[in-house]
Design a protein around this ligand. Structure first.
Ligand code: FAD
Length: 382
């Protein structure tokens, strides 16, 4: 059997794998990426693709700020002809309780200290700007007008295609069966068809599938899948409705550039599975909740509903770290906010794989925090 080699092997073609492949290829590193289906077929292509700088911890904010500095020119930079549909119609976190207002205020104060243009809004200010929103029960909101939306499929595909153009090998429909390690060092991967690839460094960006893959070399990851649902309506007249997140029942909605609306809602009762599936319970619950906030949408038809897995960790924050197996880097566990971190995730992984200092301090994302019971709680997560 011929063994093929690369400088870096990436397992998983979601936004993090594809963005890292692009960054490495740009730097001239011989990279091969394995994806079991097609690029964006995991959480990335199934996400709501809300982009925000509303976080309550400094490292997430610094990375979020970097992401929002990349998105406006990314379509041009990747130059694949694919439309990324980036829009900046804003992102609003709506509070219905004093405790939520207090937390939003704290988050916005931190955001402002990092020059992120977030503001707190009163119900009157919200009404003046978006008169079609029903504000019953709302105490106020945090809003950032630079935040917005992107097409999650074309984002991931464009990163992958640009990486390929720059020399990366992108092997789709090529599942990795297991990782290979020898004497405590990573050695490579074996694909399901039995092909063996060797590299001194392997990056695992397989979302919730990272856990069983890491286990093949004895690394335990506390990452598990959780199914989340979403739907799309038929298009209506464009009135640039921002992403609105309701902090009472976890419902969110936004208008996409083509006029369709996207609705989603957190449901703690959803199964912990990577299997996609649709639930009528979600359809009924989310439409009731969203129509209450935006009655003008009554009568609009739903055209599509799907689900996908969050890759959750016990503290809902990512793991970006070298593992105890030398040369094996992981970047996974982004829960419900990982799509937008593609640009910064790709950058820091490229920096780590090339022995450079990451542009942000990644201490809070370390794997050992779970064993040390030093969890990294992000107050602004959905
Ligand atoms: C309904 C929903 C809504 C969301 N909304 C948002 C949002 O508004 N904003 C936001 O930022 N994030 C959101 N997210 C979260 C976001 O989608 C994820 O955090 C992010 O996409 C994770 O990207 P990733 O590249 O790490 O993993 P993934 O996109 O999951 O990619 C992992 C890839 O690994 C591949 N793979 C698995 N096993 C193997 C194997 N053995 N060999 C080769 N390849 C393999 C999979 O096929 C998959 O393509 C949402 C997620 C869902 C499900």
């Amino acid at each position: 059997m011929t063994i093929k080699t690369a400088d870096v092997i990436i397992v998983g073609g979601g936004v993090h794998g594809a963005a890292t492949a692009y960054e490495l290829a740009k730097a001239g590193v011989k990279t091969v990426l394995f994806e079991k289906e097609y690029l964006s077929s995991g959480g990335s292509g199934r996400s709501a693709a809300g982009l925000r700088q509303h976080f309550g911890t400094e490292v997430n904010l610094r990375m979020a700020k970097y992401n929002l500095s990349v998105f406006p020119t990314l379509e041009e930079e990747l130059d694949t002809g694919m439309k990324l549909e980036f829009t900046q119609w804003g992102y609003m976190w709506v509070a219905y309780s004093d405790s939520c207002m207090e937390q939003l205020n704290k988050n916005v104060t931190l955001q402002k200290s990092l020059d992120i243009p977030s503001v707190m809004m009163t119900p009157a200010e919200i009404h003046e700007r978006w008169p079609y929103l029903n504000l019953d029960g709302i105490l106020g909101a945090a809003f950032c007008g630079d935040d917005g939306h992107i097409n999650p499929q074309t984002l991931t595909l464009a990163y992958g295609h640009a990486a390929r153009r720059l020399g990366a090998e992108i092997k789709t429909y090529t599942p990795v069966a297991k990782l290979l390690a020898e004497n405590g060092r990573i050695k490579g991967v074996v694909t399901e068809s039995g092909e063996e690839w060797h590299a001194p460094k392997v990056l695992l960006t397989a979302g919730p599938w990272s856990t069983p893959l890491a286990a093949t070399v004895g690394v335990e990851l506390p990452v598990y899948p959780e199914r989340h649902n979403i739907l799309i309506t038929e298009p209506v007249e464009v009135f640039d409705c921002p992403m609105v997140l309701c902090l009472d029942d976890g419902a969110y909605f936004k208008q996409c550039p083509n006029g369709t609306f996207m609705f989603g809602r957190d449901d703690p009762g959803e199964p912990h599975t990577v299997e996609a599936g649709n639930s009528a319970k979600f359809l009924e619950g989310v439409t009731k909740s969203v129509l209450k906030r935006i009655p003008a949408l009554r009568g609009v038809r739903v055209v599509r509903q799907w689900s996908g897995p969050y890759d959750n960790t016990p503290d809902h924050n990512a793991i970006i770290d070298w593992t105890p197996v030398e040369g094996l880097l992981v970047n996974c566990g982004w829960s419900g906010h990982g799509l937008q971190f593609g640009p910064s995730g790709g950058r820091v992984c490229k920096e780590m794989l090339m022995g450079e200092t990451p542009f942000v301090d990644l201490h809070r994302f370390r794997l050992a925090r779970f064993a040390e019971n030093d969890l990294f709680f992000e107050p602004a997560f959905i």
